[in-house]
Design a protein around this ligand. Structure first.
Ligand code: GLN
Length: 489
């Protein structure tokens, strides 16, 4: 049986690899049911402090695990994730479990269907442990906007795990799941992965179906994995990627062999280092860790090239205009009529809408609905929303030009390591500005991987962001693997 460290005081624990668990389960050395039970024991021990899981799906999980064990005994060919314990961010629907999106307005809401990414995990044999905490409607960078309380960073429990998929990152860092699903609209997979010292993947827009994802900003939202190492992240992406007739924006491009590609060597890849990502505001210790990661790529035979992405400074305002505009439209559906909270104080239809939304949404969500509604209103539309779309295009073209010269681009994932709980809650602008290195790839639709590349003197993890051109996840994985290998020495 794999050593899971159940009951240990140490919160940070690396999960066993998917390949080792898969082999153990297939050969009968590990029982999927026992493995799931061990995870639930570890969750019971640590969730009260970390607040990672919002709901557990133990019955379904054990049923799935028992099926895997029975198939293993018969020597049947098991799915690629058979018996692997995985957690799912609460913005993705899962039949038989609540999906709150971290919001009070959806408290107790049980969707009648699985998100496509969730359905694909199930079909691959994964054992889905439960639903994971996040910022309300995925809006935030610290997980402090959840209506169900903040998540604590397992590396230092006085600090945030990042957001909005903070619970998904913390779950892997504390080994409360072998891998998790998160979503990333402006950095919500990459930044928390960086803060918690795990691997996170932003797949190309269209690579993973958004069906069953409770929408925040539809032109930016992506579903992607967290894992303890690059190869495992590739294993999960392999399963969830692909076209879906239920999501018209999903791509028909065939899904490559990510797992095989991850192992390929670097073959003199050209790596771009954009100067705009190493300027003012970058913590010197984060810079040093990222530079040592770049050094290891140089030593591994990559050609390191300085590049410039001149419009980077506009990315934050552009992102916060487009994301809020789309959010204001997407969140109009929460009106107390079809699902979610309905105010008990309502006396007529108008007051039902108003009071249900007033009582159900938290302050950050309200702020964004107001900002987005303003940006879209007649008279301001051209000056804000339309202008933001034009600059978005320029930002995307700038990346396309850069990818004509380099195979991948490396940057810090975030300007600092994990900050303290409460440190930025009174200053939404400071919180927004910390997304500076992640929102650009979101706007451009390109892919990226964040991989741990070192730590600060206080022992806080630092992540390096490896960006790839559209649908070049394999390249990003290869580069991330090299950084991972160098960092392990
Ligand atoms: N931190 C960013 C925001 O608050 C990104 C969130 C996300 O990617 N879902 O919008």
């Amino acid at each position: 049986m794999a050593e899971l460290g159940v009951g240990t005081k140490d919160l940070v624990e690396k999960p066993a690899t998917i390949a080792s668990l898969r082999e153990g389960i297939a050969s009968g050395v590990i029982s999927a049911v026992e493995l799931a039970e061990q995870y639930y024991a570890r969750i019971a021990a640590h969730n009260p402090l970390l607040n990672v899981y919002l709901s557990l799906t133990k019955e379904q999980a054990l049923e799935q695990a028992a099926k895997v064990d029975a198939a293993a005994v018969k020597g049947e060919i098991l799915g690629p994730l058979a018996g692997i314990p995985i957690g799912v961010k609460d913005v993705l629907t899962m039949q038989g479990a609540p999906s709150t999106a971290g919001s009070a307005i959806l408290k107790g809401y049980e969707p009648p269907y699985d998100a496509t990414s969730v359905a694909k995990l199930k079909a691959a044999g994964a054992v889905l442990l439960g639903k994971i905490n996040c910022d309300e409607f995925a809006m935030g960078s610290s997980n402090e906007n959840s209506a169900y309380g903040p998540v604590r960073n397992p590396v230092d429990t006085e600090r945030v795990p990042g957001g909005s998929s903070g619970g998904s990152a913390a779950a892997v860092a504390a080994n409360l799941a072998v891998a998790t699903l998160g979503t990333d609209t402006g950095g919500s997979i990459r930044q928390p992965a960086s803060f918690c010292g795990v691997v996170g993947v932003l797949p190309t827009y269209g690579r993973v179906s958004r069906y069953g994802l409770i929408a925040f900003a539809s032109s930016l939202d992506r579903v992607g994995p967290f894992a303890g190492n690059v190869r495992d992240a590739a294993e999960v992406l392999q399963v969830i990627a692909g076209q879906d007739p239920k999501d018209a924006t999903s791509s028909a491009r065939p899904v490559p062999d990510y797992i095989g590609e991850t192992e390929k060597d670097l073959d003199k890849l050209r790596i771009g280092v954009p100067e705009e990502y190493f300027g003012e505001g970058l913590d010197p210790e984060v810079r040093a860790a990222v530079e040592s990661g770049i050094d290891s790529l140089r030593k591994a035979g990559c050609e390191i090239k300085k590049i410039s992405l001149k419009h980077t400074q506009y990315a934050i305002p552009v992102y916060y205009l487009i994301a809020t505009a789309e959010a204001s439209a997407n969140l109009a559906r929460f009106d107390g009529v079809r699902y979610g909270h309905r105010s008990a104080k309502a006396t007529n239809l108008a007051s039902m809408y108003r009071l249900s939304r007033e009582e159900g949404f938290g302050p950050e969500v309200k702020r964004r609905i107001l900002l987005g509604t303003y940006a879209l209103s007649a008279g301001y539309y051209d000056a804000y929303y339309k202008k933001a779309q034009q600059v978005r295009r320029i930002l995307a073209e700038e990346f396309l030009t850069a990818f004509g010269e380099v195979d991948a681009i490396v940057t810090p994932t975030a300007p600092t390591a994990a900050f303290k709980l409460g440190e930025k809650t009174d200053d939404p602008l400071a919180m927004y500005l910390a997304d500076i290195y992640t929102v650009t790839a979101s706007l451009a639709g390109i892919c990226g991987v964040t991989v741990p590349c070192g730590a600060t003197s206080a022992g806080l993890p630092v992540g390096m962001q490896v960006l790839g051109a559209h649908f070049q996840e394999s390249t990003a994985f290869r580069v991330a693997r090299a950084v991972e290998a160098a960092n392990a020495i």
